[in-house]
Design a binder for this molecule. Sequence first.
Ligand code: TYD
Length: 154
Amino acid sequence: MGYSMNTIYVKNARWISITKIIDGHDGILSVANEMGNIPFDIKRVYYIYNLINHRNVMRGKHAHKSLEQVMFCLNGQCSVTLDDGNRRQNIILDQPDKGIFLGTHLWHTMQEFNSNCILLVFASQLYNEDDYIRNYDEFLETVKVPRLISHTIK
Ligand code: TYD
């Protein structure tokens, strides 16, 4: 548990906790609310499953220009690599009520899936291939911090 909740230090990403209701019934009920714990209007929901744990299996490998998303692992676990162009970190997604906010201009990959892993994603926009940056060098160009010009004062 501690491992999966390590501090996120890359830009444009953060943990999102959703409501967890543990009442007199069996089981746990978790609630995601548009403009509540999900910080945008939810336009699209998709899920990824039937994953296999193989060293070549990797999803993502892109960044988005304007799409915002929140990803949950509903079952099993996987690792997510976040890269803001400056710093890179690896996190484990393994709790159904702890998601990761994926903001814009954030290169991300998902890998090391358990075979029972199910990922659920809330997205702020409909699918649009033009919003993807699928080339890593192009991604680095878009996030490049402008170089400070050093002036020689005479
Ligand atoms: P992609 O976003 O690259 O998947 P991941 O990041 O999980 O690896 O999408 C994989 C394919 O599915 C790609 O051809 C686009 C298509 N797709 C849609 O048609 N609609 C969608 O909402 C999504 C998320 C993907």
